[in-house]
Design a protein around this ligand. Sequence first.
Ligand SMILES: O=C(O)CCC(=O)C(=O)O
Ligand SMILES: [Fe+2]
Length: 199
Amino acid sequence: MPLTLLPLPDAEVLLDPYFLTPAAADDLLAELTTSIGWRQEPIKLFGKEVLQPRLTAWHGDPAARYSYSGLAWEPQPWTPALQALRVQVEAAAATSFNSVLLNLYRAGQDSMGWHADNEKELGPAPVIASVSLGATRRFRLKPRDAARTRHEPVSLELPAGSLLLMRGGTQQHWLHAVPKTAQPVGPRLNLTFRQITTT
Ligand SMILES: O=C(O)CCC(=O)C(=O)O
Ligand SMILES: [Fe+2]
């Protein structure tokens, strides 16, 4: 299936729900769940240290250093599974990526709050390629300036094997989040491929 452009003003968001076959998505979920060194990192929230409500890992080229929510990340090396997925994602996105942030949402209480991927290392109009595995969770997008954009928040279901691309003005003009859910839901694993400016 090709990527489909969503009709959002000031953004370029594209979705292919069938990027990976169900079998490939299942295999990759099993492989990454066990082989990645998942950690629950602390984050500063209103001046207080709390643990992030999800597990994370960061892999990439050695030069792809990154600061995220006040943390300095040294990338772990590409594993064979991550490298193979990187090649596939680069072909679909027609761009190159030197790093990937992995998020493991263990159950419905794990989440990601409203944010934009707008760290300066990503440049002004980053291309971010997001692959989802495991349980389907809701992914929300809302304009930063609702009064100007006059657009309601958008909810997307990101099923296992889907590829979501965010590029153009998406990070500048929109925020995104993965809210908690009270529904019983299994683990979801998400990978966001990024190109970090190396200096
Ligand atoms: O889990 C997702 O779908 C989103 C992850 C995300 O927004 C991020 O890693 O910056
Ligand atoms: Fe994000």
